[in-house]
Design a protein around this ligand. Structure first.
Ligand code: GLA
Length: 387
């Protein structure tokens, strides 16, 4: 759907008048998985697909929410803006974001009409929800003239997810959606929020996203369980070292102390996180040095650790990765995002991309009965005004 069509849809729903439009992308994470809520490093890129938010400030005391993707619409009065809707309602994401402005004391004394259109495949683990939150944050911040810094908008998006979707997520997805830059990956320290944009100019290589079409759902509780297990690991290590989060311990020190974590599952969860943080740092160095083969090996090791120690892959993601690794010209392949379904990310040599899509597609479908989808990633820029 193009911009003119979106404007027309908006007019069909809300009538003629002034409209502003904003866009915020989904993301793919190259490496550094389940490290963000442990204060570790991540290395995501913003994608060229994401969510549009069209908005018009009104002089009525109501907020109206509509979507091109979903049928149900919501209309809420100003005093209902901080109360979540029923679980599973899509409007919780924009509402939860607006709630953060209200809670922080920004003056929202008149309402607005909002309409969303997303082209991030839902449930693909490519952060459609973060793109919805950040599109809302950027839009409201602009039309109400609040002047909030981008990074603060990112934090508001994360809070919306915690409070209105019940997922205790880290900051990676919202950060990538807000701060992404074309042709760059973001090397982000999730503890300090210091970051570096690293150019991703892959000569002769494409980033291929493979959607398992086995929907991932973070609301399932498995995600929050992992967050709690990481905290349990920190608690178990506290008597032996100075540690507040798993990012505070090096891999070498962890190896010496891991036996102090009595619960075997908790120990494996921590092993994944601490090793993954190390892999992420190494991977960024490898990319900068042009050592793509080593980057690929680290991607593979990341997936294996997420499969064996963190147990967030599942049979569809594993099948997709196994089939990818069979293809000559695949440099590395791993799950991306929260896991439990969703997508994988692979580095594939240009000349192998067609074979990859054909053979991985066929073999994956034969193994799982699910029809996958493939996208060659284009790295886009973070949330911004379109018109
Ligand atoms: C989800 C969360 C992120 C991050 C990833 C795993 O996408 O929203 O904060 O934890 O899972 O790396």
């Amino acid at each position: 759907m193009n911009i003119e069509q979106l404007k027309q849809e908006f007019v069909n729903i809300y009538g003629e008048g002034e409209i502003s439009g904003f866009f915020s992308p989904g993301r793919v994470n190259l490496i550094g998985e389940h490290t963000d809520y442990n204060g570790g490093y991540v290395f995501p890129c913003a994608l060229s697909f994401g969510t549009y938010c069209l908005i018009r400030k009104t002089n009525k005391p109501v907020f109206r929410f509509a979507s091109i993707n979903v049928k149900n619409r919501e209309e809420l009065s100003l005093d209902e803006l901080t109360t979540p809707l029923k679980k599973g309602n899509w409007a919780n994401y924009p509402l939860g974001t607006i709630a953060q402005f209200v809670k922080q004391g920004f003056d929202i004394s008149t309402g607005a009409d909002l309409m969303f259109y997303g082209n991030v495949p839902n449930g693909a683990g490519l952060s459609s929800s973060a793109s919805l939150e950040i599109a809302t944050a950027v839009a409201v911040n602009d039309v109400y003239g609040f002047g909030v810094e981008k990074v603060e908008l990112v934090k508001m998006g994360q809070k919306a997810e915690h409070e209105f979707a019940g997922v205790n997520c880290g900051i990676m997805d919202q950060f990538a959606s807000g701060m992404g830059a074309a042709d760059s990956a973001i090397f982000l320290n999730c503890d300090t929020l210091e970051y570096e944009l690293v150019p991703v100019k892959l000569d002769g290589v494409k980033i291929v996203i493979s959607n398992t079409n086995s929907p991932h759902s973070l609301g399932s509780g498995e995600y929050n369980e992992r967050v709690a297990q990481c905290q349990a690991a920190v608690d178990a290590l506290k008597p032996y070292t100075k540690i507040n989060q798993l990012a505070d311990i090096s891999w070498d020190e962890f190896k010496k102390l891991e036996d102090k974590i009595e619960d075997e599952t908790v120990r494996r969860r921590a092993r994944h996180v601490v090793s993954e943080i190390e892999r992420t740092v190494e991977a960024v160095d490898a990319l900068k040095a042009g050592r793509l083969e080593y980057f690929g090996e680290l991607m593979n090791a990341s997936h294996d650790s997420l499969r064996d120690d963190y147990e967030v892959t599942g049979k569809e993601l594993d099948a997709m990765v196994e089939e990818a690794r069979e293809i000559e010209g695949v440099i590395g392949s791993r799950m991306t995002g929260g896991g439990f379904g969703g997508s994988t990310v692979s580095l594939v040599k240009d000349e192998a991309v067609d074979t990859f899509i054909e053979n991985v597609g066929k073999n994956y479908q034969a193994r799982t009965g699910l029809k996958p989808e493939f996208y060659v990633a284009e790295i886009g820029k973070g949330g911004h005004k379109v018109f």
